[in-house]
Design a protein around this ligand. Structure first.
Ligand SMILES: Nc1ncnc2c1ncn2[C@@H]1O[C@H](COP(=O)(O)OP(=O)(O)O)[C@@H](O)[C@H]1O
Ligand SMILES: [Mg+2]
Length: 303
């Protein structure tokens, strides 16, 4: 549909997911959608939700799952709370309260529903919300996460790993954001290729960078390029330039990604986000720290 026009390669992602969802199967299935932050998981999940809703009696898109976890509830109360939210959404009744963990099955066992759990981070969330014995025949649960392991720990074996876009797809993603068309206009080809190379092939990065250059002239681009090479938004002082330019190319990309997306992130998060790129992350982080381009404050990466 038009909502997802800008999503490059969406058809392929949807086909892969639909094959795992296996609509011929009459029982309940849980399917994982895994990949690093910014690769497109939530967008794919939303497209699935909107495209498949007519096959189900109810659909429910659960996001902001993490907000609940931070509220300091104990495990049992947290599960109750998550289930209350799920039930409120599925049954379209605000503020449902439940007193035990059997209610969800009582209320949903006869309904064919599609549930999307977006950005699941831990097993408690899965235990609270994803159990094949609770939902009516033909129901499907789609779980998106950066952490494939928790899917496996929960016994979810049908997992689609979202891959990085090809070079030509990366160019298209960037162009859609920068020019609202699939290829560069006259005179922009060389500049575009250069910027895309700086940015790497993470869709989120391509989208952010492309949008930041939208509407600017060639002259603007040429002016901006050196600054972009250092960082977007001037977050990096020119003092650092010497350090940055002497970095290995791969470390420059790590640096940029941290500057744009990952400042103040936990080092494990930085590592997992960058793990699937062909960048040597732990070495890169060490190199950056050595040049004082980043610091570690306990386990947080700070620029
Ligand atoms: N294949 C793609 N084509 C175009 N834009 C994309 C693509 N994948 C992701 N994006 C853009 O990147 C951003 C992050 O996508 P999102 O679905 O939120 O990623 P995730 O949930 O994996 O962190 C969104 O703005 C989205 O529009
Ligand atoms: Mg997401």
């Amino acid at each position: 549909s038009r909502d997802f026009d800008g999503m490059v390669g969406l058809e392929t992602h949807l086909r892969e997911m639909e094959s795992l969802l296996n609509f011929d199967y009459v029982g309940v299935k849980i399917v994982g959608l895994a990949g690093p932050a910014g690769i497109g998981k939530s967008t794919i999940a939303r497209a699935l939700c909107s495209g498949l809703s007519n096959r189900f009696q109810r659909t429910c898109f659960m996001d902001n799952l993490m907000e609940n976890c931070k509220s300091g509830l104990g495990e049992y109360s947290l599960k109750l709370h998550l289930q209350e939210q799920l039930l409120s959404k599925v049954l379209n009744l605000n503020g449902i309260r439940i007193s035990h963990l059997r209610v969800i099955q009582e209320r949903l066992h006869d309904k064919r529903i599609l549930i999307i759990l977006d950005d699941v981070e831990n097993l408690v969330q899965l235990e609270a919300l994803a159990n094949i014995s609770w939902f009516g025949p033909g129901s499907r649960v789609i779980v998106t996460t950066e952490n494939k392991e928790i899917l496996q720990q929960h016994g979810i074996n049908d997992i689609y790993q979202v891959g990085f876009p090809s070079e030509s797809e990366a160019l298209t993603i960037f162009c859609l954001s920068a020019f609202r068309q699939t290829s560069p206009p006259d005179g922009f080809m060389k500049l575009t290729c250069e910027v895309v190379k700086i940015c790497g092939n993470l869709p989120l990065g391509l989208h952010v960078l492309g949008s930041s250059l939208r509407g600017k002239s060639q002259a603007d681009w040429i002016d901006e390029l050196p600054r972009l090479k250092m960082c977007l938004d001037g977050r990096i002082e020119s003092v650092l330039k010497v350090g940055y330019e002497s970095l290995h190319e791969k470390d420059q990309v790590i640096f940029l990604l941290i500057a744009i997306f990952l400042n103040y992130a936990h080092v494990d998060h930085v590592t997992s986000v960058l793990a699937k790129t062909n960048l040597d992350v732990s070495l890169g982080l060490k190199n950056l720290a050595k040049k004082y381009l980043i610091q570690r404050q306990s386990s947080i990466v700070v620029m």
